[in-house]
Design a binder for this molecule. Structure first.
Ligand code: HEC
Ligand code: HEC
Length: 451
């Protein structure tokens, strides 16, 4: 852990130079010629704000900026896809809230611009909202009730900033044509949120992985057709691959070998037989997420590792009428000290009335119960640079994560997972499927330096 802490404080300058070299080659929307310079100024400003640790609280023991937990090039420590190395990110210690660990593992930021809701528990509906909440929240060391202090501090830093490469005053002028001295604090904070969000939107994965090249070489479509469900698309791919194999025409490509192909078939298969992963019904290509929320039992498993097998079923969780959501108690890491605390994920934030996940005719109580322990499906691209895995960072390797999924699916088939997702029981994999599945997942890594 101590080592990781040192890694966190690597030179911010090195990060920014590396990130700019990378971001400019990302899949940012192509700006028109006359907008290019303005766009560059926005991204430069956003990138600088992203790594400015002066915005974090001076009252804690650990400075923080977005780039401390969403790293890129750790000068010799390895590339990160805008994630960190920890199980759960570290936050500044505050006497009133004595904790070192965040609630969750830091996910990649690549492709977040595509996500309708952000955070594992869907807390935020837009990047701008997330950035404002983060800059004034526990992640940056602030306590509830200190939001105004956080915004005051941001304003002060921006107004007094001097830098040989140009002050924030100059940068805001160039990027947005505004004068930071005359706009209100509220407008300034909105603009800061916009700049960081615009920068974050340039962080995208590319389509140059061994997987993408395999699809291309075999003439396989890279995404579902309009109105085709992920499961139908997966079924179509399986049929097509089988036909190519039967005709002796399947082409293995660099980085996509026979083991990866066999893993891909397990990944796509959902036919209730052995070696059927049912993975694509939630991890839908091309981004390997359906952007939705599912209970795969990971939270229950962590709860029971503390309180004993079968304990999660006994945890009293209020129904829709009684529940005050979000709930501090149900957005907490389980521990022996805090009995009754659990991480129920999206249960805390789902909008009972407007959520598209609600089934026709379903009662509030039934719907909310189904949301217990649901988390956003993570992308499976670039997992080489985001370990450890799952919302709690509880799994050091892909093998560990997959073994856990296999175990949880078997438990779900026995009815032992509370509010299990209906698709969880469809994961029918055993020990011998782990290696090919891992080989397949490894084909989803791009060369982040080259992009
Ligand atoms: C102390 C570490 C830390 C800092 C500092 C931090 N983050 Fe995060 N970030 C996390 C963690 C942990 C999560 C997962 C939170 C969750 O799901 O509950 C996260 C989630 C996110 C997500 C959502 C990703 C997704 O797939 O839903 C975005 C976007 C994001 N952070 C951007 C930022 C930005 C921008 C900043 C700076 C303003 C920032 N973060 C600062 C740790 C951090
Ligand atoms: C019911 C939907 C569903 C199915 C089916 C499913 N997953 Fe997932 N997967 C998720 C969700 C949701 C998470 C996040 C869970 C958490 O963090 O608590 C996840 C997490 C993961 C992770 C960890 C990723 C990370 O960044 O931490 C991997 C790897 C993974 N799944 C691979 C697979 C594979 C391989 C299969 C098929 C054998 C599969 N999943 C089937 C929904 C699903």
């Amino acid at each position: 852990m101590g080592n990781n802490l040192i890694k966190r404080s690597v030179s911010a300058a090195a990060i920014i130079i590396a990130s700019l070299a990378y971001e400019y080659t990302g899949h940012a929307q192509q700006p028109s010629a006359q907008n290019t310079r303005k766009n560059d100024a926005v991204i430069q400003l956003g990138a600088r704000l992203f790594q400015d640790e002066r915005f974090s609280t001076p009252k804690g023991d650990l400075p923080a900026s977005c780039s401390h937990c969403h790293m890129f090039d750790e000068s010799g420590q390895g590339i990160r896809a805008r994630a960190d190395f920890l199980n759960r990110s570290w936050v500044s210690y505050r006497a009133q809230d004595p904790r070192r660990e965040e609630l969750r593992n830091s996910p990649t930021l690549l492709d977040v611009s595509q996500m309708p809701r952000l955070h594992y528990d869907g807390e935020f509906g837009s990047l701008e909202e997330l950035v404002k909440g983060t800059l004034s929240g526990r992640t940056m060391g602030w306590l509830p009730g200190e939001e105004q202090d956080a915004f005051d501090r941001i304003q002060r830093v921006i107004l007094t900033d001097k830098s040989p490469e140009g002050s924030y005053r100059d940068q805001f002028k160039r990027a947005y044509g505004i004068s930071v001295d005359t706009i209100s604090r509220a407008d300034l904070i909105e603009t800061v949120a916009k700049a960081i969000s615009d920068f974050t939107r340039t962080l995208n994965s590319n389509r140059a992985t061994p997987y993408d090249k395999f699809l291309e070489a075999n003439g396989l479509e890279s995404e579902p057709r309009r109105s085709e469900s992920p499961a139908e698309y997966a079924g179509r791919l399986i049929t097509r691959i089988a036909a190519l194999e039967a005709a002796g025409k399947i082409r293995l490509t660099a980085g996509f070998d026979a083991a990866a192909l066999s893993g891909f078939k397990i990944f796509l298969s959902s036919n209730a037989s052995a070696h059927s992963g049912n993975c694509a019904s939630c991890h839908a290509p091309p981004l390997f997420t359906d952007f939705s929320f599912h209970n795969t039992g990971v939270s229950q498993s962590e709860y029971e590792s503390v309180h004993g097998e079968g304990s999660f079923a006994l945890l009293k969780i209020p129904n829709a009428g009684e529940a005050a959501r979000p709930s501090q108690r149900f957005r907490e890491t389980p521990s022996a000290r805090n009995t009754g605390c659990a991480d129920l994920g999206y249960w805390n934030f789902v909008d009972l009335k407007s959520s598209p996940l609600r089934r026709a005719g379903e009662t509030d109580d039934h719907f909310l119960e189904r949301m217990i322990g649901t988390f956003k499906t993570p992308t499976l691209r670039n997992l080489a640079y985001t370990n450890p895995y799952m919302h709690n960072g509880g799994f050091a390797s892909l093998e560990d994560a997959l073994e856990e999924l296999a175990r949880l699916a078997a438990q779900a088939r026995e009815g032992l997972i509370r509010s299990a997702d209906p698709e969880l029981v469809g994961i029918r994999i055993s020990q011998e499927d782990i290696a090919p599945l891992t080989a397949f997942l490894n084909t989803l890594n791009q060369d982040l330096r080259k992009n």
